[in-house]
Design a protein around this ligand. Structure first.
Ligand SMILES: [Fe+2]
Length: 386
């Protein structure tokens, strides 16, 4: 195990209830005059992005709305976004949306910075120059993408997830933007936070800083996610989940995810299952997988954060089983549907096994899982939550 590591924080963040109202002045400070507003059509329809747009217009900025962002940030949507930006001669990007929207905006920043036409040319490049800066306003508490260096893009040809690098220049994390998120989406995205934090601790890349922030992310999620689902306008619950999401982003920026995300980024992505739901399904078994191939202290630290008790005599597997039970119970409380209830068979899930090796998170999984271990992991994932 390595004993030295870097600490990095990736993006200046302005955090708090109401901070999105300062978007006009913040955009001006960065020199924006013609803004590309990356968002999702639903956020225009529900008035969430509209509030930001109105402020930008009142500030006197030109606003060019690109509302084609969709789940999984397909590469062709990123490419179209870059062409849209060039056509409208924009000099700043503002992303208002969930993780995929923020990632699409990052990809546009990469294409413009590199002077190219398609993100597919830059999956493995060094970070592009920020010729056009990016302000990120997350509208879900889930991916923490405003605070991660990577953009998770789905290649339109191969269907694989690729993670080119581009950091936002500023994040405005305003819990108010999450108030209209429905309970089902709040639960799935919140469990993505839990997965980020638990996987960041239990993967093979130990980092004390990541563990500290991840443990707080877990504690907040266990305390406030159910509250945010039951009472969407609860200011405290929404604020704490926005913080947890940002902490989760920080944690995975340091150590990455693990085999749980490999399941979501293959099986869930292939079947257009929401990312957070796929991560939730994969998390209980990720804990027992870690106990089998990873370190007891990582499982124990995760248990500490989740409020799961154990004794010095308990081995890694018994702690991990208690963790798995706790996560399953929380998922039940949140009303999360199972893989089976969503209409998938174990055979459907096994289709993803061969794809794990291409997933970015897979290299972080403890052990050296071969196809037999991957299949056993998928089977446990399928069976553990019914
Ligand atoms: Fe995730």
């Amino acid at each position: 195990m390595s004993t030295s590591y870097y600490w990095n924080t990736f993006c200046q963040t302005k955090f708090g209830t109401g901070v999105s109202e300062s978007i006009g002045e913040e955009a001006k400070k960065l020199g924006f005059t013609r803004v590309m507003l990356c968002t999702e059509k639903a956020l225009i329809d529900f008035g969430v992005a509209t509030k930001v747009i109105d402020i930008l217009i009142e500030t006197g900025l030109g606003v060019f709305i690109y509302d084609k962002c969709i789940a999984d940030a397909p590469s062709h949507i990123c490419d179209e976004g870059a062409a849209f930006a060039r056509k409208n001669k924009i000099d700043g990007i503002i992303a208002v949306g969930g993780g995929s929207t923020l990632d699409t905006a990052k990809a546009v920043g990469i294409i413009l910075g590199m002077g190219g036409t398609t993100i597919t040319d830059y999956y493995h490049s060094q970070e592009a120059p920020h010729k056009v800066k990016l302000i990120a306003l997350p509208t879900t508490s889930g991916t923490g993408s405003e605070n991660t260096p990577g953009a998770v893009i789905c290649d339109a040809t191969t269907g694989r997830k690729e993670i080119p690098v581009f950091k936002a220049d500023l994040a405005l994390v305003d819990p108010v933007l999450t108030y209209s998120v429905p309970a089902k989406v709040t639960a799935a995205t919140g469990l993505d936070v839990l997965a980020h934090c638990a996987e960041a601790i239990t993967n093979r890349n130990y980092n004390a800083y990541a563990n500290i922030v991840a443990k707080e992310g877990i504690r907040l999620t266990m305390k406030y996610l159910a509250m945010a689902c039951k009472d969407p306008m609860n200011e405290t619950a929404r604020e704490k989940m926005a913080l947890a999401s940002n902490l989760g982003g920080m944690a995975i920026a340091e150590t990455g995810c693990s085999i749980g995300h490999s399941f979501s980024q293959t099986f869930a992505a292939m079947n257009h299952v929401p990312h957070g739901l796929g991560c939730a399904w994969a998390l209980p078994s990720c804990m027992t997988y870690t106990a089998r191939y990873g370190r007891r202290e990582d499982v124990a630290e995760t248990a500490d954060a989740m409020g799961v008790s154990y004794t010095d005599q308990d081995d890694a597997m018994s702690i991990a089983k208690a963790l798995s039970d706790r996560i399953v119970a929380y998922m039940k409380e949140l009303g999360v549907v199972s893989i089976r209830e969503s209409g998938y068979t174990l055979e459907d899930c096994m289709q993803a096994a061969d794809l794990f090796q291409y997933d970015g998170a897979f290299a972080n999984a403890p052990g050296n899982p071969r196809i037999e271990e991957i299949k056993a992991y998928i089977e446990e994932t399928y069976e553990v939550y019914k």
